[in-house]
Write a protein that binds this ligand. Structure first.
Ligand SMILES: [Zn+2]
Length: 120
C-alpha cells in the first residue's frame, strides 16, 4: 500500500480507493486513468479531423458557384455554414486535443516510472 496525500495525476485529495480520474490510490495503478484520457484524446482528434474535412469541402462549393452562378445566394449560406462548422470543430477540437495529449502523456509517464509516484 502506498501512502499519498493527493492524486499524482489530477491533484485531487486522496480519499477512498480510487480517484475520480481513474487513478488507483491503493495500488498506484494509473491504468484506468490512462484509458479515460486516451478516450478523451481520440475524441478530440476526431473532432479536429471533422473540422478539417468540412473545411476541405469549401473548394467544392466554390467550384459549384463558378459553374452555376444562379445558385450563388444559396451557396453563400452553405459557405457560412461550412466556415462556422469547421471553425467550431477546429477551435474546440484543438483546445481539447492539446490538454488531452498533455494529460495522456503525464499518465503514461507515471505508468512507466512507478517509483516517481511515491510521496513520503
Ligand atoms: Zn486523479
Amino acid at each position: 500500500m502506498i501512502e499519498i496525500a493527493s492524486c499524482p495525476l489530477c491533484d485531487a485529495p486522496a480519499t477512498g480507493t480510487r480517484c475520480s480520474c481513474g487513478y488507483d490510490f491503493t495500488t498506484g495503478d494509473p491504468g484506468l486513468a490512462i484509458e479515460a484520457r486516451k478516450t478523451r484524446f481520440l475524441s478530440a482528434r476526431r473532432r479536429l479531423r471533422r473540422g478539417f474535412v468540412i473545411l476541405a469541402t469549401l473548394p467544392i462549393t466554390v467550384a459549384i458557384a463558378q459553374a452555376a452562378p444562379s445558385v450563388l445566394l444559396l451557396l453563400r449560406a452553405v459557405w457560412l455554414t461550412q466556415l462556422f462548422a469547421s471553425a467550431y470543430f477546429i477551435v474546440g477540437g484543438l483546445r481539447t486535443y492539446v490538454v488531452a495529449r498533455r494529460e495522456l502523456a503525464a499518465a503514461t509517464q507515471l505508468q512507466q516510472l512507478p517509483s516517481a509516484r511515491v510521496v513520503r
